[in-house]
Every structure is written in C-alpha cells, then in structure tokens.
Write a protein that binds this ligand. Structure first.
Ligand code: ATP
Ligand code: HSE
Length: 328
C-alpha cells in the first residue's frame, strides 16, 4: 500500500485548486508503488469532459532538488512524442508545489496496464520505446549523477554484511564480493552516455495490447551509460519474477525492438554481459538492504533479493556470455 500521507477532502480540493484543472470530482489512493504516495484524481473544468490525473506526493526516497530534472524530463520527452505523462504546472507555472513541507506534482493520467507475463511483441515495443527515450534526450540540457551506481551498491551490500547476506542465502556474500570486484575491474569506458530511466521494470510500463502507452516512474533517471539502461531493462523483463526461468524469446525481442530504433555500437554490445551482471547487483543490493531493514509492521513488503541473486548467477555463467549476440 503506498499512501503514506493522509490528505483530507478539503485539503485535496485546495491542492487541486492551485492547478487550472477545474473542480475535484474524486480522489482515490493508489495501492501500487512503494516509494511515494499516489492518488488517482478526477477533475472537471466547466463545459469540458472530466479528466484524470495522478497526484504524487514525494516521500523520503526522492530528493526535492532532483524534481526539476525528473519533471522537466517528462515534459521534454512528451514534447518529443515519447509515451510519458506530461506534468501539469500550477497556476504560477511551477511543476511541483509544497504541501505541509512535502513536495507534490500533478501528472497526466495515461491509459494502459502493467503486464506481468510479457509477450515477445510487448518486449519488442518496450525495447523500441526505451531506444526512443535514449535518442530523444540526446540534447536534454540537464544532467544528474546516478546516485544508484556502483559505489552505492557497494555501500548497501557492505551494510548488509557477510552474516546478513549469508542469512539470505548461503554463499551469497562470496558471490557478491566476487561480482563487485569483477564489475569494478571491467567497468566499460567510453560508451555513449545519456539519460537513462534505470528502473524500467514491467510495473513502470503501461501497455494496451502491444502498444506502450506510458513509461512512468522516472525517479531513478540519471545521466549514465545507455547500454546500462538496456541491461537493467533486460534483467527486469527477461526472467520469471523469481529469476528461476530465463526467456530467450523475450530477450531477443527486447534487443531487436531496441535496435529497430537505435542500433548498438559494437563496444556497447560487447559490454552488455558485464552490464547485465551490474544491473543484477544493483537490484540485489537494494533488495538485500530492504530485506534486512524493513520493519515487520511496515506498509510495504520488501521484494525478494534472491530473485536478483539468481539473475546474477545466470549472467555470470560462462555459457551465457554470448547471450547478447551479434547484430540482428
Ligand atoms: N501517469 C500515470 N498514468 C496512469 N497510472 C499511473 C501514472 N503514474 C503512476 N500510475 C499508477 O500509479 C502506480 C504507482 O506509481 P509509481 O510506480 O510511480 O509509484 P512509486 O511509489 O514511485 O513506484 P516504485 O514502487 O516503482 O518506486 C503505478 O503502478 C500505476 O498504476
Ligand atoms: N524496481 C526495483 C524497485 C525500485 O528500485 C525492484 O524491483 O527491486
């Protein structure tokens, strides 16, 4: 359940009145998501059809200083015909406001649902949509350091400690030490950089059939290697949730979809096996940390770190090093 903050009806109406969207008709808390509080709102201007919006209140994990990057990025991408929600600016032109010390933004509602068992056609569309984002942001004027990079993974995994990792799975501490060392020593240099989503899981993609109607939740977006974003998306889409089954058809379709819009450079393709291991460590690190540090009575259930330990073993296995293959 992700509504951490209660907002009463009168306060909600006052929040909405700061935007030129008409009268508030309804507001419902959205259960999905773990980082921020979200509501689905309906509002109507006189003489117009009712419209739907997402109201997001940013909780502790999102830094207010980062909001201009995230929200300007949405407007920039949507102006370039990428399927992302526009932000609704308030009557003073601001993309976010403060309410009782917390930042909030009103965002366009997009139709579509998140798929749980993607088809190759859907994976192809997601790959293509990601490549469009990479191309469309080539001249995006803002930069943001990826605060969820190698140094953070190391810090989170150190905080779990050998005992903590061993409690999650015997042998995990040794795997993690080996992989962090390997990734650090082989991190690719000189690959194309740009704006990465960095968290493009199925729950952050809205689809209608095979069409991507919305890429959402850009709150890890940063400036980083474009190929790393492909690796994250690959790790997120090509396995069963628990990481026990890899689907080669989804993998091929995702990569083909991406390359139908932005062909990979040979150096990027060569780096993908390493970057896939890195992506698996990224999600293993946050999940392992949350697994150990989420109180039992918390509103959210921590996600299973083993699902990414399994992906990591898969990507590290010598027989899988040719996975990213030759150009289609
Ligand atoms: N623009 C949108 N249009 C339609 N639905 C949306 C939109 N933005 C968010 N949602 C819905 O709200 C849910 C939660 O949003 P989101 O994933 O951004 O929350 P979060 O707490 O920041 O996420 P996470 O758990 O991935 O960190 C989504 O799963 C989706 O159902
Ligand atoms: N998408 C992430 C959560 C956000 O970091 C995960 O599945 O672990």
């Amino acid at each position: 359940m992700a509504v951490y903050t209660r907002i009463g009806a009168e306060d909600m109406a006052a929040i909405v009145a700061a935007f030129d969207v008409g009268t508030l008709l309804s507001a419902k808390g959205i259960a999905e998501g773990v980082s921020n509080s979200n509501w689905l709102l309906e509002a109507q201007r006189e003489g117009e059809e009712p419209r739907r919006f997402i109201l997001t209140m940013y909780e502790e994990r999102t830094e207010v200083e980062d909001l201009p990057f995230f929200l300007d990025l949405l407007d920039y991408l949507s102006a370039r015909k990428c399927p992302v929600p526009r932000t609704i600016h308030d009557r003073e032109g601001a993309s976010y406001r403060l309410h009782e010390g917390k930042a909030l933004a009103l965002i366009e509602f997009l139709p579509g649902v998140s798929v749980s068992e993607p088809t190759p056609g859907q994976a192809h569309s997601v790959g293509a949509a990601l490549a469009k984002v990479h191309l469309a942001t080539a001249d995006f004027p803002q930069r943001r350091t990826n605060t969820m990079g190698l140094a953070t993974w190391q810090r989170l995994l150190d905080a779990c400690g050998t005992d903590g990792l061993t409690a999650i799975h015997p042998g995990l501490a040794a795997t993690v030490a080996r992989e962090l060392d390997h990734i650090t020593r082989h991190w690719p240099q000189g690959l194309p950089e740009g704006v990465v989503h960095a968290d493009l899981f199925p729950d952050n993609v809205l689809m209608l059939g095979e069409e991507v109607t919305g890429l959402i939740d850009f709150y890890f977006a940063a400036t980083d290697l474009l190929a790393y974003d492909i690796a994250v998306t690959h790790a997120a889409w090509c396995f069963s949730d628990d990481g026990t089954r890899f689907d080669a058809r989804i993998s091929r379709a995702l990569l083909e979809g991406y390359e139908s819009v932005r062909p990979l450079q040979a150096e990027e393709r060569a780096a993908l096996p390493l970057l896939a291991r890195a992506a698996a460590v990224r999600f293993l690190s946050t999940r392992a940390y949350d697994w150990m540090n989420t109180p039992e009575d918390a509103l959210v259930t921590p996600k299973d770190p083993l699902a990414f330990a399994r992906r990591l073993e898969f990507y590290a296995a010598s027989e899988n090093q040719a996975l990213f293959g030759e150009p289609a």
